[in-house]
Structure formats: C-alpha cells, structure tokens
Design a protein around this ligand. Structure first.
Ligand code: F1P
Length: 352
C-alpha cells in the first residue's frame, strides 16, 4: 500500500522540477560511460534480479543498449568475460547482499564501471560502487521485497529513458510523453490496489493449492517470475514462473483441473498470443486467473477469474501487474497462517 507514495518519491527524487527533466547525478556525470559501453551487465539476487530482467527489456527497447542479466550468485563464481568497456549495474534493496557485493568486486577488478541501484543510503553496495541512484522506497519491513521491486523498476526506467534521449532514440516530444505517462503510475497503482477485496476472494479459492503456475510474455515475463517467488517466499506453496510461449515446451504437461495458472494478459504486449495460451490452458481444464486491462472482454469470457489493472504503456505494465500478484500472495499466506513479514528460513539481507 505504500507503493504509490514510494514510486512517486522515487520519481520526484529524480526530476529537475523546473525543467521536468530526469536528473540523476550518477547518470548525468557518467553518461558517456553508458553510451559508449559495449554492453550493460546487470547483477542481482531474488526480487532485485527480477527487476533486472525488466530493465533488460527497457534498456534494449528504449535505449538500444545491449544488456545481459545474471544472478550475482552465479556470476561471481563462473569466471565471466568482463572488460573496461562494460558497465555493471548492481541492484539491491538492502545494499548488503554478499553475492552482489562479490560480483561488484570482480567487475571492478576487471576495470568495468560499476553502478548501484540501492534503497539503503550508505550501505556497503552504495559505498563500493563507482556511482549510483537510490530508490526512495523507505524501509522494507517485511523480508519479501514489494515496494523495492516497483521503485527499482522506476529508477531503471528513468535511466533507460534518459539514455534513450541522450542517444537520440527518443525525441524531446516522445521523452516528455513518456514522462507524463510515468507520472500517472502512482494513481494507477492506487487503482490496482482497489481490487483487494476481489483478490481476497480469489485467494480463498486457491489457498490450499500445492502447485501454481505463473505465465507472462515480454515485459510481463519477469512479473510472472516475481509473482511465483512472492507466493513461494511467504506462503510456502510451490510455484513456477514461465514465459507463456515456453509453456508448450514442458509445463503444459502439468496442467489439469487442479492447477491454478496465473496469466498476465494485458492489452498491450502480445495480447492475442497470450489469449491463445489461455485457450490452451482452458482446453486442458486448468484454472485461469488472469490479470487484464480495464474493460477487457475477451479474456473475461475465458478465465475463471479476472483482476483488472488500468491501461498504460507496455513497458510500464510491470509496475501495475505486479500489485495484484503481491496482494494475492499476501492473502494466501495470511489464510494459511504464515508470518508474512518474517517467513521461515529467509533473511532480509543475505550477507553470507
Ligand atoms: C535480495 C533478496 C530479496 C528477497 C529476500 C532475500 O535482496 O533475494 O529479493 O526478497 O529479502 O534477499 P537485496 O539484494 O535486494 O537486498
């Protein structure tokens, strides 16, 4: 529920108010490094890694800079090729995650420019990186990240937007139109939160599931992964996130009347293809819970339940579609008697 405020603070903290321009000193002062980079390597863990995946789509789509995303916990041990023409972006809510810190150290040793996206001012990652941009999420009380995810995406979107303009990929008009839409996101998040009562009803139907599948395409593929992670982390139900187009390459075998499938099916972003995935699930009797754009009729006719989010640009949809999935995990966890703030076996900062 703090997300409208957190996204607004993150967004405002990065604007030069009088000119309406994105102002991130970490980016402005190092623009050439990003523009001339061979590629951007993004490293992170858990939810922050999912924000990194969304960033890959945004940086490549908007700014046309090649991006690679890696789990910091793999990257640090696998002898990766890193050069002084690479830019490494490390994303971390806590700024203390040991794997991410080790990946930063490795990249610095190889001469890469290292940029941090953190929530905690003065944290180890904030100190170890060459430059960075803070999210303005405020303290994450629960172990499982929620507003950290949406504010990380906000910062990374603003970065991609600024670079798109600097590289001439975005005209001044397109840039300002995009910023105007971004400014509507906090109120659209608020609108998405209004589905809470409906989500509670849906949670009650599926609270005893033993497995769940989450599907999305394009920008919403990482949201499917994040939805599944939230359910695993706080309700201890086995859940898998998959790109919807990969369903036919394996997970389709799992679908029967006992399998709830959460599908992100917003209007912008491969809508017709997602609809045909929904039809495939339906013909195998899977239960379909779809996140759709307000006013959607087609998916409403096919799905068992629909949860609406407002319309926005395709690249901004993750900021909205993730909200119902977070709420759903929350309600299921509460109904199962789980401690949502302090899940078993999990630590807020994984420092070893
Ligand atoms: C990474 C992370 C979180 C997860 C849990 C354990 O933390 O995997 O995404 O929810 O808190 O740590 P961070 O590097 O973003 O602080």
């Amino acid at each position: 529920y703090e997300q409208p405020r957190a996204i607004k603070d993150t967004y405002r903290g990065r604007l030069l108010a009088d000119q309406g321009l994105v102002k991130m000193s970490g980016i402005e002062q190092n623009m050439e490094k990003f523009i001339n980079a061979n590629r951007i390597i993004i490293v992170a863990c858990g939810t922050s890694w999912h924000a990194g995946l969304v960033a890959e789509y945004i940086f490549e789509d908007l700014a046309r800079i090649p991006v690679e995303v890696e789990y910091a916990s793999e990257f640090r041990y696998r002898n990766p090729v890193i050069t002084d023409k690479d830019v490494l972006i490390a994303i971390s809510q806590s700024g203390e995650t040991a794997d991410t810190l080790a990946a930063i150290k490795l990249a610095k040793e190889k001469g890469a420019f290292v940029f941090g996206v953190c929530n905690v001012v003065g944290s180890s990652i904030a100190r170890e990186t060459d430059a960075g941009a803070y999210t303005h999420a405020g303290p994450e009380i629960g172990v499982a990240s929620t507003k950290a995810f949406t504010t990380q995406i906000t910062v990374l979107t603003l970065m991609a937007l600024r670079l798109a303009k600097a590289k001439g990929e975005f005209s001044e008009t397109k840039y300002r139109e995009y910023l105007t839409e971004l400014e509507t996101i906090p109120s659209k998040v608020e609108k998405s939160l209004e589905s809470n009562a409906l989500i509670e009803i849906i949670a009650d139907v599926y609270k005893d599931s033993t497995n769940c599948l989450y599907l999305g395409r394009g920008y919403n593929f990482p949201v499917a992964l994040e939805g599944a992670l939230k359910l695993k982390e706080i309700s201890y139900i086995h859940a898998e996130g998959y790109p919807a187009a990969e369903m036919k390459h394996g997970p389709i075998a799992l679908i029967d009347e006992h399998m709830p499938v959460f599908v992100i099916a917003t209007k912008k972003g491969h809508y017709e293809k997602v609809v045909s995935n929904i039809q495939e699930i339906k013909s195998r009797k899977g239960k379909i819970i779809a996140i759709v754009t307000e006013g959607d009729e087609q998916v409403r006719d096919l799905a068992d339940h629909v949860i609406e989010v407002p319309e926005t640009l395709e690249s901004l949809t993750p900021l909205l579609t993730t909200i119902p999935l977070q709420l759903l995990s929350y309600h299921i966890a509460v109904m199962r008697g789980c401690n949502v703030d302090q899940p078993r076996n999990l630590a807020k900062s994984v420092t070893v």
